[in-house]
Design a protein around this ligand. Structure first.
Ligand SMILES: Cc1ncc(COP(=O)(O)O)c(C=O)c1O
Length: 374
């Protein structure tokens, strides 16, 4: 797919300068067609559609996510949200011998809340020295024989900085701890090869960079870890032979589905498949290359216009989440929206996040209008 073909698949791009994919990826015609097909089958077949079509769609989606991660079959569970992934993982760990979680101040709050609510958990929250990164050495210095897991992000939503999953996985493994990575801002904008790292758990979902909408999350569990993990929040989807309806016996699924928490949001399974098809066709290497070009242009133009940025100084660890310091970010975002430019704000920053379907002209327009209206 060339850029024109890609852009014609996302109707919002004909109406708006859409630069907010780290909040919500754009909806494609393909995702919408899939949704239409889902509702048509629902009208036509009712519950029979489950057996003839929808059950297969769950398997297709798990398979596509495994392929995107370079991971073997049976390593993905379909979950309701990142928070649910974290809760299920937390419930599967043995807290009796180790109870310390090493996390960071740059991670998304839900990743920290998971341990804050556990009276038996002890948290070590690493502070960033530069407000942008956590040095892998900080993880290495923080882990010890009480550490149950390192829990941190692939890409920080606060700064867009990409973390070194290889280093983090190795540090956790050497300490005898698990590595649990929140990849919501990673998968779909940065290539991910999980078996090439020692990462044990990786969570992601279709909402943002995978252009599949809200209602679903993906939990990767390293294959050689699965059999020893026994989540204690569970469902009939987590059982072997779920259609035996044997309420007298609970047997965990042999693969990562043992983490699943009931019927997945089927409408989102369909929109996710539509978005994922495009991501897979374009390919993660190509997507990352386009996002690097857009990000570098954005950074260069913002700096030339005199804006101060909260991003990594090294292009290699920069992602397409670009935070522009601003005194009145909410008002700036509203003014940009009046001009058809959709970005977001967080405390003290305007946040732009272009994706592979954007153009350099769109990035330039954002900087020009931000400059002219600030
Ligand atoms: C890094 C990160 N983790 C988690 C979430 C949200 O998780 P949940 O699926 O539980 O709403 C977000 C954003 O919505 C996020 O940016």
């Amino acid at each position: 797919m060339n850029l024109d073909q890609i852009r014609s698949s996302f109707p919002i791009l004909q109406r708006r300068n859409y630069l907010n994919s780290c909040s919500l990826g754009a909806l494609s015609n393909r995702a919408e067609d899939r949704l239409r097909d889902f509702t048509a089958k629902w009208h036509d077949l009712g519950a029979s559609a489950w057996y003839e079509h929808w059950w297969g769609a769950l398997g297709d989606l798990r398979g596509r996510i495994e392929a995107m991660f370079g991971a073997p079959g049976g390593t993905i569970a379909l979950m309701p949200s990142t928070s649910a992934c974290l809760a299920a993982v937390s419930s599967s760990l043995d807290w009796s011998k180790r109870n310390r979680i090493v996390t960071t101040e740059l991670d998304f709050p839900t990743l920290l809340y998971q341990w804050k609510v556990r009276p038996d958990a002890e948290m070590v929250v690493l502070e960033s020295h530069d407000g942008v990164h956590i040095d892998p050495q900080q993880f290495a210095d923080a882990v010890d024989d009480r550490t149950l897991a390192i829990a941190t992000s692939h890409v920080f939503f606060t700064t867009g900085a990409i973390q070194d999953l290889g280093a983090i996985g190795d540090i956790a493994r050497r300490a005898g701890a698990y590595s649990l990575i929140d990849g919501y801002q990673g998968a779909g904008q940065v290539p991910v090869d999980l078996p090439a790292t020692a990462v044990d758990f990786y969570t992601s979902g279709p909402l943002k960079w995978l252009c599949g909408g809200p209602g679903l999350a993906y939990l990767y569990v390293r294959s050689n870890r699965i059999s020893a993990l026994h989540p204690t929040i569970t469902s009939w989807f987590a059982t072997k032979d779920q259609f035996q309806f044997n309420s007298g016996e609970f047997r965990y699924h042999e693969d990562a589905r043992r983490f699943e928490l009931g019927t997945p949001a089927l409408a989102t399974v369909h929109t996710s498949l539509g978005g994922q098809e495009i991501v897979d066709e374009v390919g993660m290497v190509e997507i990352r290359a386009q996002n690097v070009a857009l990000t570098e242009r954005l950074v260069e133009r913002c700096r030339a216009a005199g804006f101060s940025l909260r991003v990594s100084d090294e292009p290699g660890t920069r992602s397409a989440i670009v935070l522009v310091r601003h005194d009145e970010p909410g008002a700036a975002v509203a003014r940009l929206a009046e001009r058809g430019i959709i970005v977001d704000n967080r405390p003290g920053v305007v946040r732009a996040s272009p994706h592979f379907y954007n153009t350099l002209d769109e990035v330039d327009e954002f900087v020009e209008v931000l400059g002219a209206t600030s």
